[in-house]
Design a protein around this ligand. Structure first.
Ligand SMILES: *[C@@H]1O[C@H](CO)[C@@H](O)[C@H](O)[C@H]1NC(C)=O
Ligand SMILES: *[C@@H]1O[C@H](CO)[C@@H](O)[C@H](O)[C@H]1NC(C)=O
Ligand SMILES: *[C@@H]1O[C@H](CO)[C@@H](O)[C@H](O)[C@H]1NC(C)=O
Ligand SMILES: *[C@@H]1O[C@H](CO)[C@@H](O)[C@H](O)[C@H]1NC(C)=O
Length: 420
C-alpha cells in the first residue's frame, strides 16, 4: 500500500518537473525571440552623425552618413532615421538612394528642414531636385516636421509654362520619390517649394495622408503633389494651398484614389497635361470627397494637341466648389502660353468619365466646359447630380461642350450639347 502511494508520488513529481521544464524552455524561447524583435529596430539619429540643426550649418554630409548607416543596416532589420524635434537642419541637394538592406526604412521627421538660402549653393549639383529618395522599398516618411524649399529664391525668374530642364529658370522639385514600392508619407508640412512640392514617379503601392502643403497663390509652378508613371496610389486627408495644381496626375498612372483634400488657393485637381509630344496612358482614377476653394480650375482633364494614348475610367464624386473659376473642365486644346502649340488632329482618347454628387459656386458664368478634340472626341461622359451656381445669387450660368458624347441627369445648369 505505502509502496504504491510512494511510486505514484514519484510519477507525479516527474510529470510536474517535466511540465515545468517545458514551460521554462518555452518562456526562454519566446524571451529570446522578443529580444531579437526588439533588437531588429535600430535608430539612426542625424544628430549623432554630426548634424547641427542650427539652420546655418550644412547638415547634408551628416544626413548622408546617417542615411547610409540606416540603409545598410542588417537585412530584416527595421531602420529608423530620426530628425530630432526643436531643430532646423539646412540641407543642400541630397539624394537618399537604395536599395536598402532592411525591408523597411522609417524616416521620422520631427524637426524642420530648410533648403539652401542662395542660388549659388546649388552650383555643382543636379538642379532638378532638392531632396530625393530613389529605389527604397518599404519607405515611410512621417512626422510633424516642416520642409521648407526656400521657394522665393526661385519664383522671381521662373519659367513660363512647363519649364525646360537646363534653363536657368528651371527650379527644382522639393521632394521626389522615385522607383519605390510601399511608400508611406504622412503628417508633414511642406512650404514654399521652388517648383513642385512632392513628385511621386515610377512608384507602386503608395499612401500619402495628413499633409499640409502651403505656398502663395502667386508662386509659379508650385504644384502640391504630382503623380507620374505610378500605380496604386492613395492620397487623402490633406490641405493643399499652392500657386498651381493641388494634385496633378500625369501619364503612366493608374489606380489612383484621391479623397478628403481641401484644395485652394491653387489650380484644382488635374489629370494631365497629357500627350505632350507622345503617348500617354492614364486609367482608373477616382477623386472623391474633395473641396476646392477659390481655385482657378476645379476638376480638370487637360491634354495637348498631337498626343496619342488614352485616359479612361476617371470619376469625380462628392466634390464641393466654393467660388471656383472653371469648376468642371475638359480641355483637349491645352496650350497655356498660346505659343509653340501645334494644330494637330491626333489626340489622347478620353472615355468613361463620370461626375456625380457635385455642388457649389462658380466665379465664372461658364461652369462646365467640355472641349474635346474633333478627331477622337470624348466618349461615355456621365453627369449625375451636378448642381453649380454663380457666386452672385440669381446670376445665370451655363455648360458648354464640343465633340463630347455621353448623358446627363439631374444637372443644373442643364445643357444639351452632349451627343449620345
Ligand atoms: C471628407 O473629407 C473630410 C476632409 O476634407 C473628412 O473630414 C471627412 O471625414 C471625409 N468624409 C468622408 C465621408 O470620407
Ligand atoms: C475604374 O476605376 C476604379 C478605381 O477608381 C476601379 O475600382 C474600377 O475597377 C475601374 N473599373 C474598370 C472597369 O476598370
Ligand atoms: C472652354 O475651353 C476651351 C478650351 O480651353 C476654351 O477655348 C473656351 O474659351 C472655353 N469656353 C468657355 C465658355 O469658357
Ligand atoms: C492653329 O489654328 C489656329 C486657328 O484654328 C490658328 O489661329 C493658328 O495660327 C494655328 N497655329 C499653327 C501653329 O498653325
Amino acid at each position: 500500500m505505502m509502496r504504491r502511494q510512494f511510486d505514484r508520488m514519484i510519477q507525479l513529481i516527474t510529470l510536474v518537473l517535466f511540465l515545468l521544464a517545458c514551460m521554462l524552455s518555452n518562456a526562454l524561447g519566446s524571451r529570446s525571440l522578443s529580444r531579437i524583435n526588439l533588437d531588429s529596430t535600430t535608430i539612426f539619429d542625424v544628430a549623432t552623425y554630426g548634424a547641427k540643426g542650427d539652420g546655418k550649418t550644412d547638415d547634408s554630409p551628416a544626413f548622408m552618413n546617417a542615411w547610409n548607416a540606416a540603409c545598410q543596416a542588417e537585412p530584416n532589420d527595421r531602420s529608423i532615421l530620426v530628425i530630432p524635434e526643436g531643430k532646423t537642419f539646412l540641407l543642400k541637394p541630397v539624394s537618399f538612394s537604395g536599395p536598402c538592406k532592411p525591408s523597411s526604412v522609417y524616416v521620422q521627421v520631427s524637426g524642420n528642414i530648410v533648403g539652401p538660402t542662395m542660388k549659388t549653393d546649388w552650383i555643382g549639383y543636379h538642379i532638378d531636385t532638392w531632396l530625393s529618395f530613389s529605389m527604397v522599398n518599404g519607405l515611410t516618411v512621417s512626422g510633424s516636421g516642416q520642409i521648407n524649399g526656400q521657394g522665393p529664391l526661385w519664383w522671381e525668374n521662373a519659367c513660363i509654362g512647363t519649364p525646360p530642364p537646363g534653363t536657368s529658370c528651371h527650379a527644382p522639385v522639393a521632394l521626389m520619390f522615385k522607383r519605390c514600392n510601399g511608400l508611406r508619407l504622412n503628417g508633414l508640412t511642406h512650404v514654399n517649394s521652388p517648383r513642385v512640392h512632392i513628385t511621386i514617379t515610377t512608384c507602386n503601392n503608395v499612401i500619402v495622408s495628413n499633409l499640409h502643403i502651403i505656398a502663395p497663390e502667386t508662386s509659379p509652378n508650385t504644384d502640391g503633389i504630382n503623380v507620374a508613371s505610378s500605380t496604386n496610389v492613395n492620397i487623402r486627408d490633406s490641405f493643399i494651398e499652392t500657386g498651381d495644381d493641388c494634385i496633378a496626375i500625369s501619364g503612366g498612372s493608374s489606380n489612383v484614389k484621391i479623397s478628403g483634400i481641401m484644395c485652394g488657393p491653387g489650380h484644382g485637381i488635374s489629370i494631365g497635361a497629357l500627350g505632350k509630344g507622345g503617348a500617354d496612358v492614364v486609367e482608373n482614377i477616382e477623386v472623391r470627397n474633395c473641396t476646392m476653394q477659390k481655385t482657378l480650375a476645379g476638376v480638370r482633364i487637360k491634354s495637348w494637341q498631337g498626343g496619342s494614348g488614352y485616359a479612361r475610367n476617371i470619376s469625380f464624386k462628392a466634390i464641393k466648389f466654393d467660388a471656383v473659376y472653371n469648376p468642371i473642365l475638359i480641355d483637349q486644346y491645352y496650350c497655356p502660353t498660346q505659343q509653340d502649340c501645334i494644330n494637330s488632329t491626333s489626340a489622347i482618347r478620353l472615355s468613361d468619365i463620370s461626375y456625380s454628387g457635385i455642388t457649389g459656386t462658380s466665379m465664372m458664368d461658364s461652369v462646365i466646359n467640355l472641349s474635346c478634340s474633333e478627331s477622337v472626341a470624348c466618349t461615355n461622359i456621365a453627369m449625375d447630380n451636378v448642381y453649380i451656381s454663380s457666386v452672385i445669387p440669381g446670376r445665370k450660368v451655363f455648360g458648354k461642350c464640343i465633340n463630347a458624347h455621353g448623358r446627363i441627369s439631374h444637372v443644373k445648369p442643364w445643357f444639351n450639347c452632349l451627343k449620345p
